[in-house]
Design a protein around this ligand. Structure first.
Ligand SMILES: Cc1cc2nc3c(=O)[nH]c(=O)nc-3n(C[C@H](O)[C@H](O)[C@H](O)COP(=O)(O)O)c2cc1C
Length: 367
């Protein structure tokens, strides 16, 4: 029996296998509204055979977008656009759907990657004033973010809650908070970006305070039987930055507050990071969190091979593996993995005739 294709249950939430589709920004929204690209993209991935599809980083406020083309969930129009997209996807797939709620903080207001990704100043079209825990830019030469005051923190937390309520209304199965990759919540966690001298900065406990407050508020706003999870960077890959020991402390604090799972990525806080990129390079971070907590752990990062994924789950380094570039490149990766291990996947009726002769039991028929 393949570990990768062993079902998993988080409370009443069932996952058919251990394959998660990681959130991936598509930079294809208009005024925060999903477009027909999202129907194509999410519809395609919904037929992949993975257990869970995570909708891309979705901004809780317009100024929290990485780019002007990010998806948002801050008003009725953005909610309706997601609703239309998911209605279509759900009509043809019963894949579990999570949404990643995000605020980019000092990394907001940039051009889309394929147009260079540079910061857009607030006085230019599509530009916005950025905000952050402290007035420290991400990169030298960038305009400084404005340090968030107490009332802005309250407004931000409320924006996360309002987006969560909209996600609940849309029937989304799980919410993931984006606490990784140098975006706002990570900016609070890391001592390199958080130099505050109030109760939201300084000690580890203080730096964790705002992300934990947001988590608690979001957890309280989402139906209790549906998971709320967090994505974190396990390290900044910079001396003196956020590291795995602090990540473990944060994971334990999240677990104590009812976090359903933790997704361990890394980096993104500073351009001076030194990342030892290679196959499974972030798995040791997931393993360390797994050892120190009881909640399910998701590993991610250059997981491309079936046996590699099987080993990560099978040896207990993590409970789930997440795929990003791998599944864009090969959207039927879970089908191929299931064929490789003699396991089963659900295929749409329209595609049942594609089952290869040498894998006569690959598709779960009749569900
Ligand atoms: C096109 C693209 C968009 C991404 N957007 C997001 C995002 O919205 N939120 C996030 O947390 N990570 C995002 N990531 C990071 C991925 O979720 C993932 O952690 C990373 O690519 C490593 O996994 P991989 O080696 O399977 O690609 C993105 C990656 C790609 C390639």
């Amino acid at each position: 029996m393949s570990a990768l294709f062993t079902p998993y249950r988080i409370g009443t939430f069932e996952m058919a296998n251990r394959i998660v589709i990681a959130p991936m920004c598509q930079y294809s929204a208009v005024d925060g509204c999903m477009t027909d690209w999202h129907v194509i993209h999410l519809g395609n991935l919904a037929l992949s055979g993975a257990a869970l599809l995570t909708v891309e980083a979705t901004a809780v406020l317009p100024e929290g977008r990485i780019t002007y083309a990010d998806v948002g969930l801050w008003n009725d129009a953005t909610e309706a656009a997601i609703g239309r997209t998911l209605d279509t996807v759900r009509r043809w797939s019963d894949i579990r759907i999570a949404i990643q709620l995000a605020h980019a903080g000092r990394k907001a207001s940039t051009e889309v990657p394929w147009k260079g990704g540079l910061q857009i100043p607030p006085d230019r079209s599509n530009g916005r004033q950025t905000v952050a825990p402290s007035a420290i830019p991400y990169q030298e030469g960038q305009r400084s973010p404005v340090a968030l005051d107490r009332s802005s923190l309250t407004r931000l937390r409320e924006a996360f809650v309002a987006a969560t309520q909209r996600a609940a209304r849309l029937g989304i199965d799980a919410v993931q908070l984006h606490g990784a990759h140098g975006y706002l919540l990570h900016q609070f966690l890391s001592p390199l970006s958080n130099r505050r001298d109030d109760e939201y900065g300084g000690s580890l406990e203080n730096r964790m305070r705002f992300p934990l407050e947001v988590f608690e508020a979001v957890r309280a706003a989402f139906p209790p039987d549906r998971p709320v999870t967090m994505r974190v960077s396990g390290t900044d890959w910079v001396d003196g930055g956020w590291d795995i020991d602090q990540t473990i402390a944060a994971a334990q604090a999240l677990e104590a507050r009812g976090c359903s799972a933790i997704h361990v990525s890394s980096g993104g806080l500073t351009p001076s990071q030194q990342i030892p990129v290679g196959p499974s390079y972030q798995v040791p971070l997931a393993r360390a969190v797994k050892k120190a907590t009881r909640m399910p752990v998701i590993a991610v990062g250059l997981i491309t091979e079936f046996e590699q994924a099987e080993a990560i789950v099978g040896t207990g380094d993590a409970d789930f593996i997440a795929l990003a570039r791998t599944i864009l490149y090969d959207p039927r990766w879970p089908w191929h993995a299931a064929a490789h291990f003699g396991a089963h996947v659900k295929a749409p009726d329209q595609y049942l005739r594609s089952q290869p002769r040498q894998y006569p039991d690959l598709f779960d028929i009749g569900h």
